[in-house]
Design a protein around this ligand. Structure first.
Ligand SMILES: [Zn+2]
Length: 307
């Protein structure tokens, strides 16, 4: 069942068609009186821009309303709830596979770029190994995130939605809860992480740092230290920690760090639109998923030493 993109109130149909498919009328929300989903009429580019701008309505549109069958005024009958559920399930599964495949391909290309591997040729074995690691990392990240999110929702009494008390109070109904399926969690993460990943891919291909003799010069501490320039004296340990953090930052791939941070923040935001969890819970769930994925290469190295 679709939902209102303004207040998440559940609705039977987002729009009604008359005679021709192009002659449509948008439905109006029974609770907030806004159009249920104006994005139905918008081109894909606007939806993409909304996704980049992280507008809450775009998540509700993509996860609940896109592709939902309209009410056909000519035939005067609605599609049964079972058929609508089937259509939605198929579409969500298709979206998950497509986005998942795109994300795996982008991540694999990114890791196989000559600037990352320091070699100009890539063997099939290398490509296969990297793809396998990317798949395993992605699977672990989604499995950890999904398990923790479901646990948080169960603890909150949000799932299963049949035990919801809000269902009885008409105006308190929450379409997100009534139409929740676990697949929405990995889908939200894929929607939000794919754009930063593609951005990183474009930046990596376009921007290759020129080799320079300055690259291996020791890191100059005095130029960027904030703590040592404060008007009061701080213990030496604080300055050492700042120095270590600065060195780590300067040695790391800043494009990678920046885009990952962007992906993480976007994923947190997307999950907050979908779920009723508190900000700290959502952040912890996203971070745990990341940590799960980060453990995979270490676990594989550890495993290799025993084989
Ligand atoms: Zn509404």
């Amino acid at each position: 069942m679709p939902v209102c993109t303004n207040c998440a109130y559940p609705a039977d149909h987002v729009y009604t068609t008359y005679k021709t498919k192009s002659n449509i009328r948008l439905g109006v929300c029974a609770r907030c009186d806004h159009f249920l989903d104006p994005l139905i009429e918008h081109p894909d580019l606007i939806i993409l821009l909304d996704l980049i701008l992280l507008k809450p309505r775009v998540f509700l549109h993509l996860l609940f309303n896109r592709g939902s069958p309209p009410y056909d005024a000519d035939q005067g009958k609605a599609i049964s709830a079972d058929d609508r559920t089937k259509v939605r399930k198929n579409r969500l599964t298709q979206d998950l596979w497509r986005l998942g495949a795109l994300s795996i391909v982008a991540e694999t290309i990114l890791r196989l770029l000559p600037t990352k591997t320091k070699s100009l040729t890539t063997t099939w074995i290398q490509a296969f190994t990297v793809t396998a690691i990317v798949c395993l990392e992605g699977f672990t990240q989604h499995a950890v995130t999904l398990a923790l999110a479901l646990l948080a929702l169960k603890k909150r009494g949000w799932i299963p939605s049949s035990c919801s008390t809000a269902r009885n109070k008409e105006l308190l109904r929450d379409g997100r809860q009534e139409n929740f399926v676990p697949i929405l969690i990995p889908l939200t993460i894929l929607y939000t992480s794919l754009l930063p990943l593609l951005l990183q891919l474009v930046l990596s291909i376009w921007y290759t740092p020129p080799p320079s003799i300055h690259e291996h010069l020791p890191f100059a501490q005095s130029s960027t230290s904030i703590l040592s320039n404060l008007p009061f004296q701080l213990p030496q340990e604080y300055l050492e920690i700042e120095n270590a953090l600065n060195q780590a930052w300067f040695r790391s791939d800043r494009v990678w760090v920046g885009t990952r941070l962007l992906g993480g923040m976007s994923a947190g935001f997307g999950l907050r639109v979908l779920l009723p969890t508190k900000p700290w819970e959502t952040t912890a769930i996203v971070l745990a998923g990341w940590m799960g994925a980060a453990v995979v290469p270490h676990a594989m190295n550890y495993f290799k030493t025993f084989v």
